[in-house]
Design a protein around this ligand. Structure first.
Ligand code: ATP
Ligand code: MG
Length: 340
């Protein structure tokens, strides 16, 4: 059985980018594959605290599980949902992997360069985040990790560390996750999905962006969200085309429309290509976003905290069993434990 695994940090409310790039693809994959694969969805609460802690960790954590359920995730015995910090093997394996990861390769991670490099005040967690991510994946022998394109480099690092350790001990200790090109194919996309900031489409939409207008939050008032789309930055070319390089703002709107209405991108592009009125496209996308949020938020409100806690507690019993067994295997290889 293959294992498909994913997690989304909950350092704040989630954005439409998190939803379209990570949450919805995972729900679709889980529903498609849960008969013949193990599906692990975890809340990376330890990853979350590398960013400023806004005091809402518990609320955000519960809410993000509700988001999965509201996005149509159909629970069954092959779907396991758990909190990272409730499975101590994640922290333990991180330390062991740290001793096989190099300063050079971890320093080259783009997210570290963007968020921490050169800043004396940057916390060590920002630097070491990808190694914890490798532990999250390798503990469960995960094959596919549906994430946005911004996380592909971390997946490559995970592969490198796992291959290095397997070679060092001449054993298949870890399953090597699929290559990122195969990850994208598995998700049904050519490349990872990258929803852009609405105010600066050169950049991706990020939940930690301080500009409220740059991002649509899943908890946004639907009317207010529609207004953000109407004021999204575009360009002065005056013709609608899908061209992420020269027209990232317009292309982003086409992309959002395609994903949110579940239509192939090519269909949306051919509907709009060559049109000259950007306002019409914005109106269409604003309506789609508004309809989506209204419906989605109703579903979220119908799910109780109690239901979420039950799902988590069940998932954590399972996750601890799998993770402890893998950790033990690594400890034996390293000589920290006797083989017993
Ligand atoms: P932060 O600004 O705190 O880093 P983020 O919005 O980048 O927040 P992450 O917690 O880093 O969110 O990532 C969660 C998941 O969402 C990952 O799988 C990531 O690839 C995906 N993701 C994040 N932003 C986007 C985006 N703009 N488009 C598509 N996927 C995204
Ligand atoms: Mg991020």
């Amino acid at each position: 059985m293959k294992t498909i695994l994913t997690g989304i940090r909950v350092n704040g409310e989630l954005t439409l980018g998190n939803y379209l790039g990570a949450l919805l693809p995972m729900t679709r994959l889980a529903n498609q594959h849960s008969q013949d694969s193990k599906i692990n969805i975890f809340i990376p609460d330890l990853h979350t605290i590398i960013s400023d802690i806004d005091g809402n960790l518990q609320t955000n954590l519960i809410k993000s599980i509700k988001y999965y359920l509201a996005s149509g995730l159909e629970l069954n015995d092959n779907i396991h949902i758990y909190r990272q910090s409730f499975v101590p093997a994640h922290s333990e394996l991180t330390w062991l992997l740290n001793c096989f990861a190099t300063m050079g390769e971890v320093s080259r991670m783009i997210q570290y360069k963007e968020k921490g490099e050169g800043k004396d005040s940057a916390n060590v967690g920002i630097f070491d985040y990808p190694v914890l991510m490798a532990a999250d994946i390798l503990l469960y022998d995960a094959n596919y990790i549906p994430v946005g394109e911004d996380q592909f480099q971390h997946l490559e690092l995970t592969r490198d560390i796992a291959i290095r350790i397997n070679n060092r001990f001449d054993q298949e200790i870890f399953t090597i996750p699929a290559k990122t090109t195969d990850q994208a194919k598995f998700m049904g996309v050519d490349d990872g999905i990258r929803i852009r900031s609405l105010t600066n489409p050169e950049k991706k939409m990020s939940k930690s962006d301080i500009s409220e207008h740059s991002k649509i939050m899943l908890s946004d008032d639907p009317e207010a969200a529609a207004k953000k789309i109407m004021s999204a930055t575009t360009d002065s070319i005056g013709k609608i085309q899908f061209d992420m390089f020269n027209q990232p703002g317009i292309s982003n709107l086409l992309q959002i429309e395609s994903l949110i209405t579940n239509q192939p991108l090519q269909i949306v592009i051919s509907r709009w290509a060559g049109e000259t009125n950007y306002g019409d496209l914005k109106n269409q996308v604003a309506t789609s976003v508004k309809t989506f949020l209204t419906d989605f938020q109703t579903k979220v409100n119908d799910i109780t905290d109690q239901k979420v806690l039950e799902v988590l507690e069940k998932g954590e019993i399972y996750a601890n069993q799998i993770a402890n067994a893998k950790l033990h295997q690594v400890q034996v290889a390293l000589g920290l434990r006797k083989n017993a």
